[in-house]
Design a protein around this ligand. Structure first.
Ligand SMILES: NC(=O)C1=CN([C@@H]2O[C@H](COP(=O)(O)OP(=O)(O)OC[C@H]3O[C@@H](n4cnc5c(N)ncnc54)[C@H](OP(=O)(O)O)[C@@H]3O)[C@@H](O)[C@H]2O)C=CC1
Ligand SMILES: O=C(O)CCC(=O)C(=O)O
Length: 475
């Protein structure tokens, strides 16, 4: 059994099996389920480890993060296969995600050496002012199933880099990659209690974290309802929180777009990683001069994609993550039809050699922006084409959503690209590129209902994981 890691010890007696969504006969392993007492022990261990770790100094933190980055990279093929097996993204996507996790640890290994403050002249004579950053304490990290190694990496690495200790709860569906990175970090030299792993259900393990007054801050990625619970509990405890939640990201295609570029960007945005990305685009907003050519080229491209076992060479789209998510996707396909959108391509459950949750990518046309399929996050390989008159209408439809994570445009017009970058109500804007698949060293996050709190990733991560102190000294 793969156990929880509490105070540097591997602990756990009760466990549950984890299943491969490409092949439900394949059991990945038995993973411990933490009890409420385990979670409280993990929080106490992290609290006890905080004073020493927060003063451990840059070189110690740099060395641990760097060593972890090296091991993750050296094992990219093995860890990528594990990730593809537990989450269902294709092997190349999974190996890419493992490499990204390694790059994130490497980046924050560097940041540990670069943490600096400021000395500022006081407005009063004879006084020296300095501004420094300090860690917060115990960070609760709660992650979703769709990026089982990259999202834990981009939360754990900055938390540790800036001197915090951690209680980490991965998604119950995908504990294997998380277990692997905690194991790597322990062996890289983390002192006992600095990083604690508690696996199990959100309603028990996650809830015990958010209910604890000893958690100084929570960083979360997942659904809007869970995000709201975390916000409410955090306000109650007067603690800092950071939420990355849903998206309903628009991809605008203008008449002057290069058709090949637009189709590649749209197919990648909507359907790669089985559409299970918060940055995925499920609203393809297309001006009328290119609409029919775009739809025809999309159908042709979709027909060429192979949906199959994530580990099989040549697979473009792996399975949906589990039966519940597959049912949600199929329900939305039914909703789209009943709302009057036309199911132009796909949308059927598929059978393959191995028993899994396979779904043909589904493309709706004749959709409008007020339909539920255009307003609610589906989180599957389902997208809808919305026909618009011109750029102005496209921008207005793109921004007419409760969410604001990413937004894309395909155009050869510098004027429209520049205007869209300035006026799209989103945290990330892409020109002639997919709305998903971002760099690891620059800010990640959105506006409106998509995100709350400071940005994740890159140097901006310091805004969440540290608190600023202003010191005054009589000179
Ligand atoms: N923005 C994004 O990247 C993601 C968005 N989603 C959206 O959310 C939908 C549902 O996915 P789902 O995985 O159920 O999302 P959840 O929000 O339920 O899960 C995200 C994380 O929160 C945990 N959690 C659940 N309930 C609580 C709680 N009461 N207190 C603390 N932690 C909790 C989960 O644990 P556990 O896994 O054990 O339930 C998981 O670790 C998807 O269909 C999609 O629309 C999902 C994943 C990622
Ligand atoms: O698109 C990406 O690279 C990241 C997406 C992501 O973080 C998410 O779906 O949760």
């Amino acid at each position: 059994m793969f156990k929880n890691c509490i105070a540097g010890e591997w602990i756990g007696s009760e466990g549950g099996e984890n299943i491969n969504p490409s092949d439900t006969d394949d059991v990945i392993g038995v993973f411990a389920k933490a009890t409420r007492e385990d979670v409280l022990d993990a929080i106490s261990a992290a609290k006890a480890a905080f004073p020493a770790w927060s003063r451990s100094g840059p070189l110690v933190r740099h060395a641990v993060l760097r060593k972890a980055a090296d091991e993750i990279l050296a094992r990219k093929d093995e860890l990528g296969a594990l990730l593809a097996r537990e989450e269902g993204k294709t092997l190349p996507e999974a190996v890419g995600e493992v490499v990204r996790a390694s790059q994130i640890f490497d980046f924050f290994a560097g940041e540990a050496l670069r943490l600096a403050g400021e000395t500022v002249p006081s407005v009063r004579p004879g006084i020296a002012v300095d501004v420094t950053r300090e860690p917060l304490g115990v960070i609760g990290i709660i992650t979703p199933w769709n990026f089982p190694i990259a999202i834990p990496a981009w939360k754990i690495a900055p938390a540790l880099c800036y001197g915090n200790t951690v209680v980490f709860k991965p998604a119950d569906l995908v504990p294997a990659s998380s277990w692997a990175i905690v194991d790597i970090l322990q062996r890289a030299g983390l002192p006992a209690g600095v990083l604690n792993l508690v696996m199990g259900r959100g309603s028990l393990v996650g809830q015990a974290i958010i209910d604890s007054p000893d958690i100084a801050a929570i960083t979360f990625t997942g659904s809007t309802p869970t995000g709201k619970k975390i916000a409410a509990a955090s306000v109650e405890h007067n603690r800092r929180f950071q939420l990355e939640m849903g998206g309903k990201n628009p991809m605008v295609v203008l008449d002057d777009a290069d058709l090949g570029v637009a189709v590649e960007a749209a197919v990648n945005s909507a359907f790669f990683s089985t559409g299970q990305r918060c940055t995925a685009s499920s609203r393809l907003i297309v001006t009328e001069g290119i609409h029919d050519r775009f739809v025809a080229a999309m159908s042709e491209r979709l027909a060429s994609l192979v949906v199959d076992n994530a580990l099989k060479p040549g697979t473009h789209i792996g399975p949906v993550v589990d039966e519940g998510q597959l049912q949600q996707d199929l329900d939305y396909i039914g909703i789209g039809r009943s709302e009057g959108a036309r199911l132009h391509f796909g949308g059927r459950r598929l059978e393959r050699e191995t028993k899994g949750y396979y779904l043909e990518p589904a493309l709706f046309t004749e959709a409008t922006n007020d339909m539920r399929i255009s307003r609610e996050e589906i989180f599957g390989p389902v997208a809808a084409v919305i026909r618009v008159k011109d750029y102005d209408e496209a921008l207005s439809v793109a921004n007419d959503t409760p969410f604001g994570l990413s937004a894309g445009i395909a155009t050869q017009s510098l004027k429209h690209a520049t205007h869209f970058k300035r006026n799209a109500e989103a945290g990330m804007v892409m020109v002639n590129l997919p709305t998903a698949g971002v760099d690891f060293h620059v800010p990640f996050g959105g506006r409106k209902a998509s995100s709350f709190g400071p940005r994740e990733q890159g140097r901006y991560a310091a805004e969440f994981f540290t608190t600023v102190k202003t010191g005054y000294t009589l000179a």
